[in-house]
Design a protein around this ligand. Structure first.
Ligand code: CP
Ligand code: NVA
Length: 308
């Protein structure tokens, strides 16, 4: 069986916990080393990751590239629009051809089905590095950050503010897999994926949705938000109006636990979904979470390639 990392909902919970444990062990093991030095034993020596980007990226591209280097492997960056894929070659043909060259594929795709089809038609592991549906790698970094900060994830109350987007979908799936209560505060027009919400509840998730940001934040240990306009969204004006009441600011953070932390996958828009006072303030762990993309993804790669 090929170890794809497409969505948290498809992953057994014990494997997701194992990935976090290994991420922490590997992170601690290389503390203080320069960024380019190989990890002990170079577990992915001789392995190559192809990275297909149909959308922009800063963190994902650099962190996956450095993850492969530190693990002793190499990576190839491929822009979707410069591949034949961008001129109509089928995903199936692309998947078969790439599988003959590289050991794993990472894809940031406009449409979730591209990632699913690359996985089903190829023969190497495929990692979802953001689609219009979900962003599971981001949530692994967030979970690692929360575990490091609080020492635990289970039972920590979490709140999502604003757009019920791809990151919110992966957060709902994480709530089931890592067993924490989650409330999402979203306007009706931009409410979270209804199928995923139903799935979460069917699988025992304590996941609720409200239009009241203050009620959602009350007693939260972690407050999340994300941009109001994701890549591919074209209804900017309507979004700005509908999402304005969901801004994470000092008044909202007052409703959270006094030791609450703030997370945002980045890129951020200060003055829109979050104020500078919050994202640049003492409760923000956004930089730690961004660094943890590297550490979490190293363990994801290790799992996909059968090394952990
Ligand atoms: N959070 C995240 O995925 O960032 P990039 O879009 O810069 O990769
Ligand atoms: N929701 C955002 C996340 C960016 C990392 C987007 O899809 O553009």
């Amino acid at each position: 069986m090929t170890n794809h990392f497409l969505d948290l909902k498809d992953m057994p919970s014990e494997i997701l916990w194992h990935i976090l444990d290994i991420a922490k062990v590997w992170k601690d093991a290389r503390r203080g080393l320069p960024s380019g030095v190989l990890d002990e034993g170079a577990p992915l020596a001789g392995h190559t990751l192809a990275m297909i980007f149909e959308k922009s990226s800063t963190r994902t591209r650099i962190s996956f590239e450095m993850a492969m280097r530190q693990l002793g492997g190499t990576s190839l960056v491929l822009q979707g629009n410069t591949m034949q894929l961008g001129r109509g070659e089928t995903i199936e043909d692309t998947a078969k051809v790439i599988s003959g060259y590289v050991d794993a594929v990472m894809v940031r795709a406009d449409h979730h089905n591209t990632a699913v089809e690359l996985a089903s038609k190829g023969s190497v592991p495929v990692i979802n590095a953001l689609t219009d549906r979900s962003h599971p790698c981001q949530l692994m970094a967030d979970m690692l950050t929360i575990k490091e900060h609080f020492g635990s994830i289970q039972g920590r109350k979490m709140a999502w503010m604003g757009d019920g987007n791809n990151v919110a979908t992966s957060l709902m799936e994480a709530a089931v897999k890592y067993d924490f209560p989650l409330t999402l505060a979203c306007p009706g027009e931009y409410s979270p994926n209804a199928e995923v919400l139903a799935w979460a509840r069917e699988h025992g998730g304590d996941v609720s949705v409200t239009i009241d940001p203050f009620a959602a934040t009350k007693g939260a240990h972690v407050v999340f938000t994300d941009t109001w306009i994701s890549m591919g969204d074209d209804d900017k004006d309507a979004r700005m109006d509908a999402l304005a009441p969901f801004q994470v600011n000092d008044a909202l953070m007052q409703f959270a636990e006094p030791n609450a932390i703030f997370l945002h996958c980045l890129p951020a828009h200060r003055g829109e979904e979050v104020t500078a006072s919050v994202i640049d303030g003492p409760q923000s762990l956004v930089w730690a979470a961004a660094e943890n993309r590297l550490h979490a993804q190293k363990a994801i790669l290790g799992w996909c390639l059968g090394k952990i």
